[in-house]
Design a protein around this ligand. Structure first.
Ligand SMILES: *Cc1c(COP(=O)(O)O)cnc(C)c1O
Length: 835
């Protein structure tokens, strides 16, 4: 806010723009000034920067809306098949600059804003991130909707309009604290409320089924109705013809307030019920790769799914009438991880109870409409619901799930006769729990993993029994990122440099990026490429000075690990290695003299209930305090933890990285997408053979990526055999690792508190249940250290390093989410691009 104020004060002192506005820029300027007048009742002189932001956003929205009206007509006329992408998370970030970029009007807006005494980047900073997601899964959905639209494929993203997105992280005394993210406080210029499309969603009560005149009927008693009201955010693709939308559902009470209570003077009780209804869309669950089985979460799931399906069926009916058997020709519904799985029995319910279809007819439709993506093999992330809770909240849906399970058991008995262990493992209902992944596997016409390795693990391990039963609908579709946000928008200098050599088309056709390979040895190009990286590092250094009050050297190696904090992502290994380097600098003069300066930068949110992850954040900060303030280190190492990692922070951070840390325990990271963002922006990866890293190695070649550590099958073997001796042996033989580990409990990191990090020490060496080092931190440490050393040495050959960096950028085309979407469309969705 302080920044915004000074901007307003400065605006009249700024030199007026040097370039004269073109006629169309003059018109745009008039439009923006007009919005300030008519939307806020202010003249420009009195407008706050935030008003100017909103005015700009509204002019952009107008442009999108005009395209929308046309595109809507075309899609309707074509009778085109549509994709509904159901996801509990859409981590969109800011929209102003990406929307302007997609409209190809960046320069115009820049000129006009400069003319008005502002700048586009400063104005853009005033937008709150739409942080409706935890991490990779939610960001993937956001990248997908951009690519779908850019490829002119008709699609809708569907999610909840959380009033509070993912919490805002504030570091206090080294600890993570969580603040609410009230992102809607200043309004949301992008959304359009659609109260006329409100639908009802019912919870609880009792169900009575009956046959009346040979027709199945279903009555509900004492159920509780909640309204679902949609808000639409129209989205344009890059230089594309169509407009798609993100539909956000908000919960509302059907009664404004209880007038009886109100009249009898009980004001609080009168609004209580309203509050209860509205709590459903209040807050996003802040857990990544973890699920807790909470009642409110179950209600959120049913709320989104039921509202969305009612809308889908209504749209279908409006266009195609009541021939429901045609539904699979016109509609495909994608389930992003198991969170929206309830859509399957809910579709059965709607088709049977509301549309009058029989089970077999409905089942035939359902099994041709839904596709499912799995995002993780970690057991704590696989959703299961207590049967009693499910039945109480969703009595009718439960009946359907029970019937699905009964029929599944008959099928399984035919495929795997007398194998009760398999039946139980594959069941939708067992041990009084409902298993959502099995529900998907038993009903979806397509199932996919998110990288080659991850899909192999699904086929060979966790979903092997389903795969062996029906192997022709499993697909490996490697994740991707939208190049519009993750380079064109966040790294404009590099984008311009690339375009100056190979033209602009690579932004839309990523395969053209490989044309850049021939410049990897071009001295002039290399010089410019290196300068841009350095400029980005200087800007990040300024940000770090402002936000962390730490001075970092832009000529040091920027080594970045930013992603959710999770044990499997092994931030712990990174910290232990920093400690080891620090110790060696203090102990070994020759090493210290030759040590090339490094800046280690972290960004990570931990789930608020994940104590160990939060302790690792404290450890990073404490190690940082110790090292940053130790004069003996002579500023050779700096450790920075950037608060509140989010899309907008990622955009500043990733473009400034020299080294990208992708060091998860092999087999645990399904794909990763952060890895791709770094590669695209010319950072070199240090990583394990996990997720999409495997395919990054294929694309860029082994000379240009630093791979280390156990492979997925080696990890799996060790997990089975505990490996206590192996851990003990490493502890005894690796002195620098041992020293770093002992520092966790000898009081050297935070003087006076030697017990603070005991839990971390304990789990690494002894484990939770007698299995030490579950995530192979100790077992991979030595190779990690050696690989780090090699990178520091290689970095000093600047010429060679820059060549490798360019080759990384040039080899990143495969990781465009446009390619990912084309894979989905070819294999699963079969949508036709709108002409
Ligand atoms: C890309 C992205 C992620 C995913 O990062 P991974 O390293 O793949 O886990 C998480 N959060 C944000 C804000 C992102 O932009």
């Amino acid at each position: 806010m302080a920044q915004a104020k000074s901007m307003a004060q400065n605006k009249n002192t700024k030199t007026t723009a040097t370039t004269k506005l073109t006629a169309s820029e003059e018109a745009l300027k008039k439009e923006i000034v007009g919005k300030v007048n008519r939307h806020f009742g202010k003249v420009m002189e009195d407008a706050t920067p935030h008003m100017v932001y909103t005015a700009c956003a509204l002019t952009v929205r107008d442009r999108i809306m005009e395209k929308w009206a046309v595109s809507h007509q075309t899609v309707k006329k074509m009778g085109a098949k549509k994709l509904y992408y159901l996801s509990f998370e859409f981590l969109m970030g800011r929209l102003l600059c990406t929307n302007i970029l997609n409209l190809m009007q960046t320069e115009e807006y820049q000129h006009v804003l400069n003319d008005l005494g502002y700048s586009l980047p400063e104005i853009a900073e005033l937008e709150n991130d739409a942080g409706l997601g935890n991490g990779g899964l939610g960001r993937l959905a956001a990248c997908f909707i951009d690519s779908l639209t850019t490829l002119d494929l008709p699609a809708y993203g569907c999610t909840i309009r959380y009033e509070y997105g993912l919490f805002r992280q504030k570091i206090v005394d080294g600890y993570q604290t969580e603040l609410p993210d009230s992102w809607l406080d200043n309004g949301n210029a992008w959304e359009i409320a659609r109260p006329e499309e409100t639908v009802e969603v019912k919870f609880g009560g009792e169900v009575y089924t009956d046959w009346v005149d040979g027709k199945f009927t279903c009555r509900y008693n004492n159920s509780h109705t909640i309204l679902a009201m949609p808000y639409d955010v129209p989205l344009c693709g890059y230089d594309s013809k169509i407009v798609n939308k993100l539909r956000l559902w908000s919960s509302k009470s059907p009664d404004h307030m209880n007038m009886q209570e109100f009249n009898s003077g009980n004001y609080v009780r009168a609004v209580e019920e309203k509050e209860l209804a509205e709590v459903i869309s209040k807050v996003l669950y802040p857990e990544d790769n973890h699920t807790e089985g909470k009642e409110l979460r179950l209600k959120q799931q049913y709320f989104l799914v039921s509202a969305t399906l009612q809308w889908i069926l209504k749209e279908f009916e409006n266009r195609n009438g009541q021939d429901w058997s045609k539904l699979p020709d016109k509609v495909v519904i994608h389930i992003n991880d198991t969170h929206p799985t309830m859509a399957i029995p809910e579709m059965m319910r709607l088709l049977m109870d509301e549309k009058g279809l029989g089970w077999d007819e409905a089942w035939d439709i359902v099994t041709h409409v839904f596709a499912y993506t799995n995002h993780t093999v970690m057991s704590e992330a696989l959703e299961k619901w207590p049967l009693d809770m499910f039945r109480k909240i969703l009595p009718r849906v439960y009946m359907i799930v029970e019937e699905m399970n009964r029929r599944l058991m008959i099928r399984l008995n035919e495929v795997y006769p007398n194998d009760s262990a398999k039946h139980k493992y594959m069941a939708i209902i067992s041990d009084n729990q409902i298993f959502m992944a099995n529900m998907c596997l038993a009903s979806c016409f397509a199932v996919n993993g998110v990288s080659k390795l991850h899909t192999d693990i699904l086929k060979q391990d966790i979903f092997a029994d389903y795969y062996n039963m029906n192997n022709d609908h499993f697909y490996a579709i490697t994740n991707g990122i939208t190049f519009r946000r993750w380079i064109a928008n966040c790294n404009p200098e590099l984008t311009e440099l690339i375009s100056s050599k190979i033209g602009k088309n690579w932004i839309k056709d990523a395969s053209e990026l490989s044309k850049l390979k021939k410049y990897a040895k071009d001295p002039a190009f290399k010089k410019q490429f290196a300068e841009i990286k350095r400029n980005n590092k200087v800007r990040l250094a300024q940000y770090i000075k402002e936000h962390n009050d730490i001075v970092v050297n832009p000529d040091s190696i920027f080594d970045v690990q930013c992603k959710r904090l999770h044990e499997y992502k092994r931030q712990m290994m990174n910290v232990l290695h920093i400690l080891a380097e620090y110790n060696r600098i203090l102990e070994d003069n020759v090493y210290a003299e030759n040590y090339y300066p490094k800046t280690y930068i972290f960004g990570a949110k931990a789930a608020p209930g994940y104590k160990r992850a939060k302790l690792i954040i404290k450890l990073i900060n404490s190690v940082g305090d110790m090292i940053n303030n130790d004069p003996r280190v002579k500023d050779k190492i700096k450790v920075v933890f950037l608060e509140n990692y989010s899309v907008s922070i990622a955009e500043k951070l990733i473009i400034a990285a020299d080294i990208s840390e992708q060091i998860s325990t092999a087999g645990k990271e399904a794909s990763g997408t952060g890895n791709m963002k770094f590669m695209l922006n010319g950072a070199l990866t240090i990583g394990t053979l996990d997720g999409a890293n495997v395919e990054m190695l294929e694309q860029v070649g082994e000379d240009n990526i630093y791979i280390f550590g156990l492979k997925a099958d080696e990890v799996a073997a060790r997990v089975k055999y505990a490996g206590t001796d192996e851990v003990k042996n490493i502890y005894s033989s690796n002195a620098s690792l041992r020293h770093a580990l002992e520092q966790l409990v000898d009081g050297s990191i935070v003087p006076g508190s030697n017990q603070m990090f005991r839990d971390l020490y304990q789990t690494l060496l002894f484990g939770d249940y007698g299995f030490p080092d579950t995530y192979m931190v100790i077992r991979d440490f030595e190779e990690y250290m050696k690989t780090q050393e090699k990178m520091s040495a290689d970095y000093q050959d600047r010429d060679k390093w820059i060549e490798k960096a360019i080759l990384n950028t040039a080899s990143a085309g495969f990781f465009s989410s446009d390619r990912t979407i084309e894979d989905y469309n070819k294999n699963i969705w079969h949508l036709t691009p709108i002409k």
